[in-house]
Design a protein around this ligand. Sequence first.
Ligand code: GDP
Ligand code: IMO
Ligand code: MG
Length: 428
Amino acid sequence: MPGTCVIGLQWGDEAKGKIVDLLTERHDVVVRYQGGANAGHTVVTGGETYKLSLIPSGILREKVRCVVTGGVVLNPKSLLAEVDGLVARGVAVGENLMLSDRAHLMFPWHLEEERLEAGALADGEAIGTTMRGIGPCYRDKVGRSHAIRLGDLYRGDLRQRIKKIAADKNRLLSALAGSADFQPIDPAAVHEEATGYAERLKPHVADTTAYLLDTLEAEGRVLFEGAQGALLDIDHGTFPYVTSSNSSGVGISSGAGVPARYLNKLIGVAKAYSTRVGGGPFPTEQDNPTGQHLRDRGNEYGTVTRRPRRCGWFDAVAVHYTARLSGVDTLAVMLLDVLSELPEIHVCTAYEIDGRRVTNFPSQIGDLRQARPVYETLPGWECDITEVRRWNDLPENALRYLDCLRDLVGRPIEVVSVGPDRDQTIFA
Ligand code: GDP
Ligand code: IMO
Ligand code: MG
């Protein structure tokens, strides 16, 4: 069983980092295959908290090789800052980090484009991106003519390419800015910075597709770490309020360059409730004291941007859809402890749209906007569960709640998390 995958089933921040960290022990390689510095994955161990963004969460364990593949958009500056931060805390980063020469690079024009477009409305509401240049960089990847990949940093024509792209980008930025100020791109400065990054990154640069295929053919154990969540998938999520990569299970093969035959086990990660950062419809949102209670108990503030996360009840219509879409075998239900003080807990079992009861997740944002959740109400357990370590020691009402999620999503629950620490985990 060489390939295991961890996929977020909601709108991101499902505590994928914690699950990846736990599973890393049993793997040789951990892979990040889509997204970029928009991700913020938290691992808490022995009282130490690590926040990882571009580097796979496997970096915290010795003897594990961490691979960033061609599906990721790489910001060299953030990556090197992350490496420096880890090294300063005594984490070894050397041969254990491989970066794909196919990965597309983030340049200052991407950040400036996103800044000038911020607040650009999609369907009347801002997407509320992380402002890490993700959309503009993926746009250039698909457009091809203005893209620069990591491997291009080592080609003789880099100066010329930057000069040509910068000239076009300055015209674009000027048009986007209109009468507002913008920071024109200086191609010589960009080239100088890029050659500095090229030198520092060189020991890590490799053809990771070949490396992963060799590893999998030799039965090496590979763990694929999803970023964001399936509802933010560019093709299958709540478009246009999504990110710019395939963040559901369907993105693993294309992002990593690994055929589906090696993806043997898919673990879907979901919070015991729902959160979302940024704009877009969120049918079970509780913009009220209950939502604030979840935000306080769950410390629901963005890892990357510190924005308060929108909070609401578990949406089984959405998670049933994303579990199917992602080919999930089992579920990890996270942050169950956050619900511990509530006397009653609601779970969304269907939507009402235009007077019709619907259990299929809508493909159109207009329908999702109109969706009124239909709830099943369960009794809370109203006691602390953060010290529980065995399934059967969970309170009866907590077990009842988990059974309800299992039945509605149609997948067995393999892991339950009752606190941020590695130890606060229950295996079924
Ligand atoms: P990711 O992006 O999916 O890796 O998730 P984030 O790290 O952005 O957000 C999850 C947050 O929940 C982090 O702050 C974790 O430390 C924390 N966390 C993880 N599991 C639990 C849990 O079971 N209970 C509580 N209370 N917090 C948790
Ligand atoms: P992790 O990996 C939660 C959201 C942004 C915004 C939308 C588009 O930590 O789960 P982008 O900057 O990607 O163009 O923003 O996607 N978003 C996330 N929300 N967790 C994430 O990552 C996210 N990455 C992007 O808030 O709504
Ligand atoms: Mg996160």
